[in-house]
Design a protein around this ligand. Structure first.
Ligand SMILES: Cc1cc2nc3c(=O)[nH]c(=O)nc-3n(C[C@H](O)[C@H](O)[C@H](O)COP(=O)(O)OP(=O)(O)OC[C@H]3O[C@@H](n4cnc5c(N)ncnc54)[C@H](O)[C@@H]3O)c2cc1C
Length: 301
């Protein structure tokens, strides 16, 4: 497929883009081939114009946040990858309310809320995703999840309609949202928080971060927990029990520190990760009669 028409559109609309962009640079796993086009619109108007152009031209596209839950194919991604990283404004919109652009990092959102003496987002501090990606996944940790703090979101439907969606319509449950089902793009999110002492909020954020540093292999590239939590079990414990800690396929290795993580020891490919996952799933099914489903999202050719 020739991408000149898209390039020309980006030039005309002054939207940043690059060709054949390595997805290793845009994923926390540092895995993946090239995206044919990598486009970074800096605001909602440019994003909406871009998406309607791509649909009209039948150019395949996908939205990414901070790439912290993705395994990109070694053969890359056909069409356009659209990064919302530049749509990252965070602001106070009421005494207890904060609004954040979909591309804002959760870390930036959490520190902003803390600085406004607003509590509720501490759980999200160490999750390395964006606000949009976190809502899409209903990200959660340490007893909190997005569902607990979101008030509404500004959403772009597949047909190009922009509307405000209240929390009740988002169908948020464990690592699930309506955005997954309906191919909708999250543009920004409003949060309803609670007043608290800055120091108390900070102490909770530090506590959660320290727990992560102790338990998770943050010193290696990864995409977080590989598997969803199977009912009645912990994926990490099942994997450890079956002797997988430290087991590798190519450059992909089950973390010695936390068996629920696969790390990239330097040269891992998406194929390595897939193979390792398959071996783990088979063994755990055989030994424990438990089906492990991936939380990681596989994208690309
Ligand atoms: C070290 C580590 C620790 C982690 N810990 C946790 C944890 O404690 N809890 C947890 O839940 N997750 C955790 N994760 C996983 C990951 O950070 C979360 O799932 C996060 O919410 C993904 O956000 P992202 O912006 O990186 O999304 P991406 O990985 O870029 O995308 C994920 C999916 O969301 C879609 N998406 C992204 N932005 C939008 C948007 N604006 N509109 C519509 N769709 C969109 C993408 O198309 C893709 O399908 C961890 C990951 C790592 C690497």
């Amino acid at each position: 497929m020739a991408w000149q028409t898209v390039e020309q559109f980006c030039v005309n609309e002054e939207i940043q883009y690059s060709l054949n962009e390595s997805m290793k640079l845009h994923t926390s796993f540092h895995i993946g081939g090239n995206a044919d086009l990598f486009i970074s619109p800096e605001n909602e108007n440019k994003l909406c114009a871009l998406l309607s152009f791509l649909k009209a031209e039948r150019v395949p596209f996908m939205i990414i946040g901070r790439g912290s839950n993705l395994v990109v194919s070694d053969d890359g991604i056909c069409g356009a990858v659209i990064s919302l990283a530049a749509m990252n404004k965070v602001e106070l919109t009421g005494s207890n309310r904060v609004s954040a652009g979909a591309g804002a990092s959760l870390a930036a959102l959490c520190t902003y809320a803390r600085d406004c003496s607003l509590s509720g987002l501490e759980f999200a501090y160490g999750i390395p995703g964006s606000v949009g990606g976190a809502l899409y996944m209903n990200a959660g940790a340490y007893g909190g999840e997005m569902k607990d703090v979101v008030l509404s979101a500004r959403v772009l439907s597949f047909d190009g309609e922009i509307f405000e969606m209240p929390l009740q319509e988002m169908e948020l449950s464990y690592r699930h949202s309506i955005f997954k089902e309906k191919n909708m793009t999250v543009l920004s999110v409003s949060f309803e928080l609670k007043q608290d002492e800055k120091q108390e909020i900070n102490a909770r954020m530090d506590d959660f971060m320290n727990r992560r540093k102790t338990k998770q292999p943050l010193e290696y590239p990864s995409a977080g927990s590989v598997f969803k939590r199977p009912e009645g079990y912990f994926a990490g414990a099942l994997i450890e029990k079956n002797g997988f800690k430290g087991v590798s396929v190519g450059g992909a290795q089950v973390s010695e520190k936390h068996a629920g993580f696969i790390i990239n020891t330097g040269s891992a490919t998406a194929k390595d990760v897939k193979e390792l996952i398959k071996i783990i799933q088979q063994k755990v099914l055989e030994q424990d009669k438990v089906e492990l489903h991936t939380e990681l999202i596989f994208v690309g050719r």
